[in-house]
Design a protein around this ligand. Structure first.
Ligand SMILES: Cc1cc2nc3c(=O)[nH]c(=O)nc-3n(C[C@H](O)[C@H](O)[C@H](O)COP(=O)(O)OP(=O)(O)OC[C@H]3O[C@@H](n4cnc5c(N)ncnc54)[C@H](O)[C@@H]3O)c2cc1C
Length: 304
């Protein structure tokens, strides 16, 4: 283990790419939970991102990729490996009138501000989703029947080699993309937008803003569960009598039952509550809820 750790340190000590060690998931996820990774690369450019991926792969160091950490639950013990964080891999280039190239770490807020300034519409539904573009594309994030896959022209990924995936090749579906089935780093995305007046953009943003007003405040990952075909996970959880149900320092939100809020708990608490919710909903309705949240680390040690 010592050898392994010093190998990792040497490998990560190569110049040029910013490194943090240890990398605290609790400070880099919206849940504010999870242990540490030994270290993280914070590439700023495509070249650095590819180099980080290659160094970790060549040294056989296990690693996770993290965007804004708004859809992950990291175990309390963290990971014995590294992270590639895209938080500094940001930038937007206008390729032509209605096509934008975004580096994977670009935030949704940053992108919406860029679009509004240039009278470009079509992405307003991303308002309030605290994602990086890479994380949004990986998850096919969206609301009420619209999702980022609708705007994607193509995605550049890296798995030791660069590949460009067209929208069709991404197989976007409800909270799903091809990238979920492979181990690859999303480097950049080309999105399609359209000309729109600032007034129209603001109107659409306030529509989505209003829809989000009822969402719970507090530390969360948004909806923990996917909606099953033809039903709402939040409704089923509520009808199973679980609104407000607490495990340790976390609870099912009173406002939206698919949200689990962290109020001073642990990742183990969240994981235990997820299991309780799944069991209760399955007993009452015969429906097995599927998690939208992505697990990172080992959850065999949770107190469930
Ligand atoms: C308050 C709140 C509200 C939310 N509302 C919504 C909503 O309305 N709709 C919705 O769909 N989601 C919502 N979410 C969930 C979350 O914001 C989305 O799933 C988002 O797309 C995650 O992006 P991220 O950058 O935070 O990804 P992360 O949480 O960092 O990562 C999520 C997954 O994507 C992978 N990933 C991230 N970046 C890359 C990359 N560059 N290359 C390869 N893999 C990558 C990670 O490895 C991980 O598996 C909400 C979350 C919160 C906290």
């Amino acid at each position: 283990m010592l050898l392994y750790k010093s190998g990792l340190k040497n490998c990560l000590n190569e110049p040029k790419i910013a490194i943090v060690s240890p990398f605290k998931f609790s400070e880099n996820t919206t849940y504010g939970l999870g242990g540490n990774a030994i270290a993280a690369y914070l590439p700023k450019t495509i070249y650095e991102a590819k180099t980080a991926f290659d160094r970790l792969t060549l040294n056989a160091i296990p690693f996770e990729i993290l965007g804004k950490g708004s859809n992950v639950l990291v175990s309390d013990s963290g990971i014995s490996g590294a992270v590639i964080s895209t938080k500094n891999l940001r930038g937007i280039v206008r390729l032509d009138k209605n096509r934008l190239l975004c580096l994977a770490g670009t935030g949704t807020g940053e992108l919406l501000a860029y679009c509004k300034k240039r009278s470009l519409g079509g992405l307003e539904y991303l308002y309030g989703i605290p994602a990086s573009l890479g994380g949004a594309v990986y998850m096919n994030a969206g609301v009420s029947g619209v999702a980022i896959g609708d705007n994607v022209e193509c995605v550049r990924i890296y798995d030791g080699k660069s590949h460009v995936l067209t929208r069709e090749m991404c197989n976007f579906a409800y909270r799903h993309s091809t990238m979920r089935d492979i181990k690859a780093l999303i480097l950049s995305i080309i999105v399609n937008v359209y000309d729109s007046s600032v007034e129209e953009i603001e109107e659409r943003i306030s529509f989505y803003k209003q829809r989000r007003n009822h969402l719970p405040k507090g530390k969360s990952c948004g909806c923990v569960f996917k909606n099953p075909e033809g039903a709402s996970a939040g409704y089923l959880i509520e009808k199973a009598g679980l609104k407000g149900f607490k495990v340790g320092g976390v609870y099912v939100s009173d406002k939206h039952a698919s949200f689990i809020i962290n109020d001073g708990g642990s990742a183990g608490d969240v994981r235990a509550l997820i299991d309780i919710v799944k069991n209760k909903v399955s007993e009452k309705f015969g429906i097995l809820l599927d998690e939208e949240v992505v697990y990172i680390g080992d959850f065999n040690d949770f107190n469930g």
